[in-house]
Design a protein around this ligand. Structure first.
Ligand SMILES: Nc1nc2c(c(=O)[nH]1)N[C@H]1C(S)=C(S)[C@@H](COP(=O)(O)OP(=O)(O)OC[C@H]3O[C@@H](n4cnc5c(=O)[nH]c(N)nc54)[C@H](O)[C@@H]3O)O[C@H]1N2
Ligand SMILES: Nc1nc2c(c(=O)[nH]1)N[C@H]1C(S)=C(S)[C@@H](COP(=O)(O)OP(=O)(O)OC[C@H]3O[C@@H](n4cnc5c(=O)[nH]c(N)nc54)[C@H](O)[C@@H]3O)O[C@H]1N2
Ligand code: SF4
Ligand SMILES: [Mo]
Length: 758
């Protein structure tokens, strides 16, 4: 436990902010005697975040002191969750999981991974051990809510999910954001702490920021150009941009010319969709579409970046395919200032599935009830509830949630999903709070407090704009009664497999090394597992797994072969992290399709065009469409009870254009009922012309009014409503089965007279 410096009786420690994908570096000042956190501030010496933090970082202190955070296991007894010993909880869990699989088959247990998993290294590294042990194909995650459309594009165009192009924001001159609002979200699939700073830097060096969003968001406000688009119409806009590029002979693949296939097919498709057709469907004037295409082609270093507004929508796969294709057509894919592929300090360990046995990692198996395809070994979570509540052979009887709250975060979550979870025989949650989902658990197995374990990025290196890594020591020793995540997993797997926890740990390490070898890691191909293991300084747990990754990675010491390379020892002496520089062109390494080329017109997505064209030909419904939004001081579902964030006016309001309010006789601040096919909620309205007429916006993650969730008084005082009661599980992007949580058709009716303060 190396403190960076000491002054009187306080110590300053380098730590990673555990809340979002930016992984900002912080300096946490603590009093070791009382185990109290005194302050949290940005770490100016960190080469990636350079001192940037957002207001959520301060909540690290609240989290550390949260009296409601679970630190020991909980088990249901007489209908109530009560503290038990680790042995009781683990024995009972192993017994129930084994019984369910014995009686109903391996697929009787479903798992759901939440976003939290990507910030808890022990769980991210050891979850594969549990999954392999269970051998169930019922695996779900929040990524089929927000990322599957992106992964569908990378799987089908490059043959690998992890071949994810990331905007080279620091070198771009022309940056187009589609369905992303990093001024509130800080960015996603773009780990570049201080995205707001970096966007302003584009403008400061004479470049241009363009935002395509149905709302004039905070990012649109600072941008040079905002194009207000009809929700779900990005695909037609992008087809028209491609059309203009082909029509005007502006297509130039540059260095990629020898690395791409099916450009002719893409041309044939794009030439069918003129800017005139697009304008009528997406609501953006023809001249703006033409200008955008021409500016993209003319800018020396341009990049289109799409995030959840581009994926969590009806044509997410087509949209994400075209974003990558246009970046390629304008010579900006795999080029500085364009969209590039992070190499990272080690291989991607999650979402690492690749082309194999003659197919992309897609549709190799399907859900039982609606026959929806897996993608990267995960099934779409829109199907989770029907797999649970539809009787028959193969019905799901048990659920494991890992760092997620699907009742609030997945479609029809508070409705049909909740009822389906109530009907299960066993629910296990790896979580630190009793929330709307985990209150249904039979057993909860919590992590230690965040500052009580070592920390490092495991998932985000392959989304990061620079090859960067840091390892930070635990600030405090583990408190009595808590257990490290890796140990919890190994103890559980030991019971399931009839081996010792030590053997389970060795197995996890060996599985990781096998995975690296399987992914073509040259070090793992050369050096045997036994030889590699013999070189490790760590003998157990998440640090040993991390050491294996770093030392076999491109900058590693390759277990002694490359003495100047990175080791865990060296990282321990560099608590501010180490930066190996910006992304570099590396296209050949990220294409896994057999012909070695990027597929610019991938079949698996192109075959969705008839559905898209039917939508294009349809009369568009006149009613309102519901979209989401995010706020800087909130994070998904789980930070609403932390004191430093749980203050200020109620952010859970419905944004509505005054014209739409006028025809419905709704006044600013008035309570309204929003109704969709699946449910209804009541919220106050906020009138604003920042939102397009015909569209309304409500934040997600709220709805803390479940009386059976104990405590959480601050969250309950500003409960808000569960957006996903309105979200229809049958609305999907068809190829990827990404849920479509945007552009949900809703009715909004006024309730009481305008009196409620928003
Ligand atoms: N309508 C609508 N729905 C959405 C979205 C939207 O924009 N609109 N966004 C979607 C997106 S992008 C996502 S990623 C999902 C998120 O969906 P989820 O991942 O299901 O929800 P989170 O609130 O991020 O859940 C994080 C969980 O991790 C737990 N946790 C935190 N720290 C730890 C720890 O150290 N150990 C353990 N074991 N657990 C911990 C928290 O208590 C919480 O339960 O929501 C999606 N849902
Ligand atoms: N403060 C905060 N930060 C977060 C989170 C949080 O909950 N709070 N969640 C984190 C997570 S899990 C994620 S995945 C990221 C997401 O990061 P972002 O993708 O930046 O998420 P949002 O801020 O919701 O921005 C999505 C935008 O898409 C727009 N949009 C909706 N539908 C459409 C459409 O059809 N077309 C277009 N062009 N735009 C559309 C919305 O109006 C909205 O402005 O944020 C992460 N960061
Ligand atoms: S942007 Fe904010 S929440 Fe995200 S890692 Fe940085 S400080 Fe933490
Ligand atoms: Mo997300």
């Amino acid at each position: 436990m190396a403190a960076l410096m000491t002054s009187l009786d306080s110590q300053v420690h380098c730590r990673i902010c555990p809340f979002c994908e930016q992984n900002c570096a912080t300096l946490v000042t603590v009093d070791p005697a009382t185990r109290r956190v005194l302050t949290v501030r940005g770490d100016k010496d960190d080469p990636l975040s350079k001192g940037y933090i957002c207001p959520k970082a301060y909540a690290l202190k609240d989290l550390h002191h949260d009296p409601e955070m679970l630190t020991g296991p909980m088990m249901r007894r007489g209908g109530r969750l009560e503290p038990v010993t680790w042995d009781e909880a683990l024995d009972f869990t192993a017994q129930r999981l084994s019984e369910l699989q014995r009686d109903h088959g391996p697929n009787a247990i479903a798992s759901y991974f939440g976003t939290g998993l990507t910030h808890v290294p022990g769980l991210a590294l050891y979850a594969p051990l549990l999954l392999t042990t269970l051998g169930s194909n019922q695996v779900y995650s929040a990524s089929s809510v927000d990322s599957h459309a992106h992964f569908m594009a990378t799987a089908s165009m490059f043959g690998g999910l992890a071949s994810m192009p990331i905007p080279d924001i620091d070198n771009s001159d022309y940056f187009v954001l589609i369905g992303a609002n990093p001024l509130q979200s800080n960015g996603s699939f773009l780990t570049a702490p201080g995205v707001p700073w970096r966007l302003r830097a584009i403008q400061a060096r004479g470049g241009k920021v363009v935002v395509i969003d149905p709302r004039r968001t905070e990012t649109a406000e600072m941008a040079d150009w905002h194009l207000s688009i009809r929700p779900g119409a990005d695909a037609i806009l992008l087809l028209a941009i491609a059309h203009v590029l082909f029509e005007r002979n502006l297509v130039d693949l540059g260095e990629l010319a020898d690395h791409a296939s099916h450009l002719d097919e893409l041309r044939t498709i794009a030439l069918r969709f003129t800017p005139e057709i697009a304008s009528a469907a997406c609501g953006i004037p023809v001249e703006d579409i033409r200008r955008l295409a021409q500016e993209l082609a003319a800018a020396p270093r341009a990049c289109i970046y799409g995030r959840i507004g581009s994926s969590m929508q009806q044509f997410g796969s087509i949209t994400n395919w075209l974003i990558i294709a246009i970046n390629a057509m304008t010579g900006n894919l795999d080029q500085p200032g364009g969209s590039m592929f992070p190499r990272g300090v080690f291989e991607a360990i999650l979402f690492s599935e690749r082309y194999r046995d003659g197919s992309i990692p897609y549709g190799r198996w399907h859900t039982r009830v609606s026959h929806l395809p897996e993608l990267g070994a995960q099934l779409p979570c829109a199907a989770m509830m029907e797999e649970m509540d539809t009787p028959g052979e193969g019905q799901v009887r048990g659920l494991i949630t890992l760092c997620g709250n699907p009742v609030l975060s997945t479609p029809n979550g508070g409705g049909r999903l909740t009822r389906a979870v109530e009907g299960l025989d066993f629910v296990l949650s790896f979580d630190i709070f009793i929330n709307e989902t985990t209150r249904h658990a039979d057993v909860i197995l919590p992590s230690p407090r965040c500052l009580e374990h070592s920390d490092f990025m495991v998932v985000y290196p392959f989304f990061t704009v620079r090859d960067y890594i840091r390892w930070n020591a635990a600030v405090f020793p583990a408190s009595a009664g808590s257990m490290h995540d890796g140990d919890i997993m190994c103890e559980l797997v030991a019971r399931l497999r009839g081996i010792t926890a030590r053997q389970a740990d060795d197995l996890a390490l060996e599985m990781l090394y096998d995975q690296l070898r399987d992914q073509g890691n040259p070090v793992a191909a050369r050096i045997s597992f036994a030889e590699a293991k013999a070189c490790l300084s760590e003998q157990h747990g998440q640090d040993q797994m991390f050491e294996l990754l770093v030392r076999s990675g491109p900058y590693g010491d390759h277990f002694g072969e490359n003495a100047a390379g990175l080791t865990l020892e060296k990282l321990k002496s560099m608590p501010h992290g180490v930066d190996f520089g910006p992304m570099q062109p590396r296209i050949a390494e990220v294409i896994h399709l057999p012909d070695g080329k990027i597929d610019l017109a991938p079949d698996a997505i192109v075959r969705d065009l008839p559905r898209f064209e039917r939508w294009l030909a349809e009369e568009k419904p006149a009613g309102l469409q519901l979209l989401g939004r995010r706020h800087m001081r909130s994070f998904n579902t789980w930070m609403h009870n932390l004191p430093s964030l749980a203050k200020g006016p109620n952010p859970c309001t419905l944004l509505m254009n005054p014209a739409d309010a006028h025809v419905r006789q709704i006044a600013d601040g008035q309570m309204v009922r929003i109704r969709s096919r699946t449910g209804s909620v009541e919220v106050p309205v906020e009138l604003t012309d920042e939102i397009r007429s015909g569209v309304v916006s409500l934040p997600h993650g709220w709805g803390h009014d479940d009386p059976l969730v104990p405590g959480q008084q601050r969250a309950k005082a500003r409960a808000g409503v569960n957006y996903n009661l309105l979200a229809d599980e049958t609305l999907l992007d068809v190829p990827s089965c990404n849920t479509n949580l945007n552009a949900i058709p809703v009715e909004v009716v006024p309730l009481a007279a305008p009196s409620v303060q928003t």
